[in-house]
Design a protein around this ligand. Structure first.
Ligand code: CDP
Length: 209
């Protein structure tokens, strides 16, 4: 298992995916977008006509499907990369992600990626610093003002961003919260480069300790 993990959590539109991708590129590490996994399961549940609230049926799907996130997102061999950010998925994903059995299936897959990763890994999501990799070398909680996050999310709109945040923070299974030992970075008014720079600087300070 790689011991080089940077874990990044934060609410919708805090910049996790963009920043994680750039940090990984800078370091020559791999990146894992765990939100894409929950989105792919949600997309497939809708496609199969399942009710997202049908916990048993969606859990069976999550346990049995094959998901890839790199280089493009696919589920059971179907490329869904461009479909997983649709309104329908935005509406249902927080319901699917609140299902404890779905989470257990995704967390096992995420840890399996780290098991086989020869180099460093940047992982981003909602429960990465608290549940999936609490012993990561560096833990970051990214945030930004609601206005800024809604602006970044564009078409999704502020109401949907707020609704997902509320659902993700209030669910019983692995809610979004700040790990006590995470480095909190408010990205409001910062460029992607500035955030990446700060994370790389934090990583270097862990090395020199
Ligand atoms: O669009 P945004 O980057 O904010 O979200 P995302 O990272 O694509 O995640 C979409 C949804 O998946 C979130 O709103 C959560 O409901 C769920 N999720 C989760 O519960 N746990 C994770 N580790 C990642 C995402």
């Amino acid at each position: 298992m790689t011991s080089d993990i940077i874990a990044i959590d934060g609410p919708a539109g805090s910049g996790k995916s963009t920043v994680a991708r750039e940090v990984a590129e800078r370091l020559g590490w791999s990146m894992l977008d765990t939100g894409a996994m929950y989105r792919a399961v949600t997309y497939e549940a809708i496609r199969q006509g399942l009710d997202p609230h049908d916990d048993d049926a969606v859990a069976r799907l999550a346990q049995s499907c094959e998901i890839r996130t790199r280089p493009r997102v696919s589920i059971n061999g179907r490329d869904v990369h461009d479909q997983i950010r649709s309104d329908a998925v935005n509406v249902a994903v927080s319901v699917v992600a609140a299902n404890p059995e779905v989470r257990a299936a995704m967390v096992a897959r995420q840890r399996a990626v780290a098991e086989t990763e020869p180099g460093g890994l940047v992982v981003e999501g909602r429960d990465i610093t608290t549940v999936v990799f609490p012993d990561a070398r560096l833990k970051i909680y990214l945030t930004a003002s609601l206005d800024e996050r809604a602006r970044r999310r564009g078409e999704e709109g502020q109401a949907s961003v707020e609704r997902r945040d509320r659902a993700d923070s209030s669910r019983v299974a692995s809610p979004l919260r700040q790990a006590h030992d995470a480095y909190v970075l408010d990205t409001t008014g910062l460029s992607v480069d500035q955030v990446v720079e700060e994370i790389v600087r934090c990583l270097q300070s862990t090395t020199s300790n």
